[in-house]
Design a protein around this ligand. Structure first.
Ligand SMILES: CC(C)(COP(=O)(O)OP(=O)(O)OC[C@H]1O[C@@H](n2cnc3c(N)ncnc32)[C@H](O)[C@@H]1OP(=O)(O)O)[C@@H](O)C(=O)NCCC(=O)NCCS
Length: 186
């Protein structure tokens, strides 16, 4: 990635009835609820939170990621709900092939309402049009049917980068890799 394109002020995005904004303290209760949901945490590849301190550490982690241009993580706030229902963002920017990994999670009570599909589309557009990424990648547990469905709806294709190169779990073969190319730079 061209780090000159990385924002200096945290970007607020609004589209499709959703606002994506910086995570703040007010998001902690909903985030805590999701991170203490064993199934949701497992599917997202997150450790199960043991206390609010764990979630506060997550907030600090993402703030530092933004400050050092290592990651971008938004709170997902649907207009009709008015509070954050999940998080989404990029991590692992890779300047060599101008790529980033996308990750997202929605609280269980809001699943299957199309929120992730809309939010992922917004972040893809931001990644390609503003950050100038050439590739957006995702690594998903093979039993995470909902996440795979979201990626496939948005045009991601499954690919096999290197079967030994699992970024988030080096010993597991339970992940599938997905890739979306920026059509403007192909
Ligand atoms: C994955 C996740 C973000 C999807 O969020 P969402 O807002 O419910 O997603 P959407 O409603 O936009 O789309 C879900 C799609 O998956 C489908 N789906 C749901 N459960 C499914 C399953 N078990 N198998 C296959 N498809 C499934 C839905 O029907 C929907 O498809 P459709 O629009 O064609 O009907 C959410 O389930 C979640 O947060 N899970 C836990 C964390 C996680 O897995 N994060 C992703 C890590 S890679």
């Amino acid at each position: 990635m061209d780090y000159n394109l990385f924002p200096t002020v945290f970007p607020v995005l609004h589209s499709e009835g959703i606002t994506l904004r910086e995570l703040t303290d007010i998001d902690l209760p909903a985030w805590f609820e999701r991170l203490t949901d064993p199934e949701a945490a497992e599917l997202a590849g997150d450790p199960i939170a043991e206390s609010m301190e764990d979630v506060i550490s997550g907030l600090e982690y993402h703030a530092i990621g933004f400050r050092f241009k290592e990651s971008l993580r938004w709170a997902i706030v649907p207009d009709d709900i008015g509070e954050s229902v999940g998080t989404i963002g990029f991590n692992s920017f890779n300047p060599t092939n101008n790529s980033a990994d996308i990750g997202y999670a929605i609280g269980r009570s809001h699943w299957n309402k199309g929120i992730a599909t809309r939010a992922v589309r917004m972040v893809i557009n931001y990644g390609f049009e503003v950050l100038g990424l050439e590739r957006i990648e995702a690594e998903v547990l093979t039993h995470n049917g909902a996440s795979i469905r979201v990626l496939e709806k948005l045009g991601f294709d499954k690919y096999d980068p290197d079967t030994t190169d699992h970024k988030y779990d080096p010993v597991s073969q339970q992940y599938a890799n997905f890739l979306l190319l920026n059509k403007k730079t192909e």
